[in-house]
Design a protein around this ligand. Structure first.
Ligand SMILES: Cc1cc2nc3c(=O)[nH]c(=O)nc-3n(C[C@H](O)[C@H](O)[C@H](O)COP(=O)(O)O)c2cc1C
Length: 230
């Protein structure tokens, strides 16, 4: 383990010193698509971090109830929101501040939001429509994918990061980053009185086709959000 750290560290330090890379969002297609402005996040909350950590559990049975737009906004902010605008830094850490993640919302039952797949735009705290209609069934076959009112899909585009480190390492780092962001999201769910589960068992082929993902963009992780049921 020590050997690995010693090998990785110089490359990491070198790239950190040479400054942030272009975020995946910056490379997103610029074709005009409808955008939705999200309510601003609540920066106070009502639960301690320790309470959220103690209560977090993977839950797969959901009430037939909608998630609200302010809740959705809060969850997106927790996962990938901007916390230091001058340096475009986010809630979750990122190797070389490269931000390879993209965060999509599969909205099936979100109040005041038409069903569809949306891309989160962290800089503007907005959603951009990608595909209209309820697409949850295209995300996978697990019941908790189909039943959750809303799903979050993390993808990664390591193109920018791969200019500084080799592809395998860039991919590893993107996976680690997705773990950070997903845990933020899961803890925020607890803080909002919601439940969910992180999932690596999704239908990558259908997702790729549905979202017309380029080869450079890889689905990584899905997180559900819902009111507890059962
Ligand atoms: C990388 C990863 C992938 C997972 N994939 C799935 C999945 O596809 N479906 C599912 O129901 N749970 C999935 N889980 C959730 C685990 O089953 C769950 O975290 C584990 O049982 C421990 O329970 P807890 O989350 O309540 O602590 C995944 C968890 C991780 C970390």
């Amino acid at each position: 383990m020590k050997r690995v750290v010693l090998v990785l560290l110089p490359a990491f330090v070198a790239v950190v010193l040479s400054g942030p890379l272009c975020a995946a969002e910056d490379a997103a297609p610029t074709a005009p698509a409808p955008t939705i402005t999200l309510p601003p996040p609540d920066l106070v909350g009502t639960m301690t971090l320790e309470q959220a950590l103690a209560q977090r559990r993977s839950v797969r049975q959901y009430a037939d109830a909608s998630v609200t737009l302010p809740q959705l906004s809060q969850l997106l902010w927790a996962a990938q929101g901007i916390t230091e605008p001058s340096r475009r830094l986010r809630t979750a850490p990122s190797a070389m501040a490269s931000y390879p993640l993209r965060l999509y919302v599969f909205a099936g039952n979100v109040s005041d939001l038409a069903a569809g797949v949306y891309l989160y735009l962290p800089q503007e705290h907005k959603l951009q429509l990608v595909v209209e209609g309820d697409q949850r069934a295209n995300a996978g076959t697990q019941p908790q994918i189909r039943n959750a009112p809303v799903l979050f899909l993390f993808t990664a585009d390591i193109t920018a990061m791969s200019q500084r480190v080799d592809t395998a390492r860039a991919r590893d780092w993107a996976m680690i980053e997705a773990g950070h962001a997903a845990q933020n999201l899961l803890l925020e769910e607890v803080a909002l009185g919601l439940v969910g589960v992180p999932m690596a068992g999704y239908d990558a082929v259908k997702i790729r086709t549905l979202l017309k993902l380029p080869d450079s963009e890889e689905p990584i992780y899905i997180v559900s959000a819902a009111k507890r049921g059962g």
